[in-house]
Every structure is written in C-alpha cells, then in structure tokens.
Design a protein around this ligand. Sequence first.
Ligand code: PEP
Ligand code: MG
Length: 324
Amino acid sequence: RARTLAALRDLPAVTPDGRRVELAVNIGRPEDIAAAEPFGPEGVGLFRTEFLFLDRSEPPGEEEQWQAYVAAVRALGGRRLVLRTLDVGADKRLPFINWPEEMNPALGWRGARLGLERPDLLQAQLRAALRAAAEGPVSVMFPMVTTLEEVRRLRQAVQEAAASLEREGIAHGPVEVGIMIEVPAAALAARTLAGAVDFFSIGTNDLTQYTLAVDRTSRQVAGLYDPLHPAVLRLILEVGRAAEEAGIWAGVCGELGGEPLAAPFLLGAGMTELSMHARALPEVKQVIRAVRYADARLLAEELVTLPDGDAVRRRLRAFLAGVG
Ligand code: PEP
Ligand code: MG
C-alpha cells in the first residue's frame, strides 16, 4: 500500500478535504539540500547556522556567511529558506564570546538573548541573510524569544541591517521575520506576539524541555521527556489558533514535526508547515494525504484534554488506524 518514494515525491501534502501543508526539511549546512532532494522537500524550514561558528577562534565574517546562505538559496531554486540566527548558549561555548558563569545555561544567555547583546555578530549575520535574499525567498527566524520587547528590538536590528546595505548600495532582498516558539511564555503570549511577526515556528525540542522542566540532554530524566504530553500539546494548539487569528503562518521545526504519529494533531492545531529530517518526509506526507482536516481539528481539541502522553499516543494510533 505504501507508495514508492518517487511516486510520493511530486505529490502535494494535501488532505482529502483540501487543506495544504508545506513539508520542509531541517538542514545544518547548504549541502544537505542536495541530499534531501529525493524526498521532495518544498523548502527549508530550519537552517541551523551554528556550523559556521563552531570550532574556530574568530567569528565568520559577513562575506563567508553570505557565501553559505546564498549557496542554500540557489540550491532551493525559488523555494523558501528559513534561516535561523545563531543559537548558541553557555553550554555551546564559542571562544570569541566572553561567557558568563551560569548555573543553568539552558535558562541563561543563549539564542536571541545573546544576539541582542552582540550587535556586531547579529548585524553581520543579518546583512549576509538580507544579501542572500536578493536571489530567492529568505525568512529570518530568531531562536529563544520570550517577550514582545525582544521581538521589537530584533525587528529593529533587521531594519538596521537593511538600511546599512541600502546606504552602501549593496543588493539585498526583503525578508519575512519570524520567531521560534520554544519558551512556554512565548506560546502563552502568542496572541500578543503574532501581531509583531510574519510567522511562528515551534521548536518542540526546547518547548518540551522548558514546559516539563526536563533537561533534553539528561539521561537521568529522559523518561519524563515527552513532546506528546498534553501540556505541550495545549501550548502548540494555542500557538496555532493565535496564528490563525492574526493571519500569519505557523509551523513546527522541532523533532515532533517529523513524527508521523503527531501529524494529525499538528494539522488539527492549524500548522501549515512542518519541517523535519528529510527521511521522515514521505511518511508524514502519507498521513497528511489520508487525514481529513475537519477531523484533525476535532481530534486536536480532544487530545489536549487527555491525562498523559501515553493516552495521547493511544488515541492517535486508534485515529490513524481508522483512516487506514
Ligand atoms: C527546537 O528546540 O525544537 C529546535 C528546533 O531547535 P534546536 O533543536 O536547534 O534547539
Ligand atoms: Mg531550540
């Protein structure tokens, strides 16, 4: 019954009742796009740019970053690239950053918090991204955002980068500006934040860690780490509904986005983009093509009321068995 990879590749991810979902891939370097092509990605939903910054004593300059970003834009040939700004923290220490001592690095100076205090690093990256956008669609996405004030300052930084390129007569394109939703407060404030951004992309890896207070890297508490915990699902549903009301798009770029079992829930929560490991794409597409959007919406409302992650999994399995 499973279609071959090739047969699925060129079919759209659309539900039987006509809801379209964009299926994109997560990449860590531009070459990953070529490797993902057999799986038929419609774009890149998360470009983790850390590879450019790791294992070196000086940060990469604007030119070097531009080369990497424009390589990805060209490889995509008109499909969207969601480029995430540098997401390091005190656990991933770069030698050219003066790190504070922190007891809880995951709750500390990381992601956009760091970017806002290192405008030199942020401006070089934003200028490189804006220049790459001259050759194809680029969306800039900021990690670890919590407050509306941060969003305002980050948007201001994008404007500054564009203005400086304009002054210098350097070609650049317009970009969508969005944020990752990976802090519970941002999910709960989604209705406020939605008015200030072009899109949300939910980072379910960190959102799960912070919602459940379970270190995602600790083996000791790994048994408590569950992205399908109803508390996490409630936050995702809230983000989806807020995005709908505001008329912006919302997607998932954490691991849950590549989980076929979770796809009916994410569809029903209003996600219109799912970004994942390339290999996961065909199976997720098969689920989307089998599930009615109207049913998925009702299912999503039901799942958030269940007592725990196991109950959620049982209900999802029964639901998927029912759609054959
Ligand atoms: C996430 O937190 O879900 C995410 C996609 O970002 P990262 O895994 O890079 O922290
Ligand atoms: Mg994250």
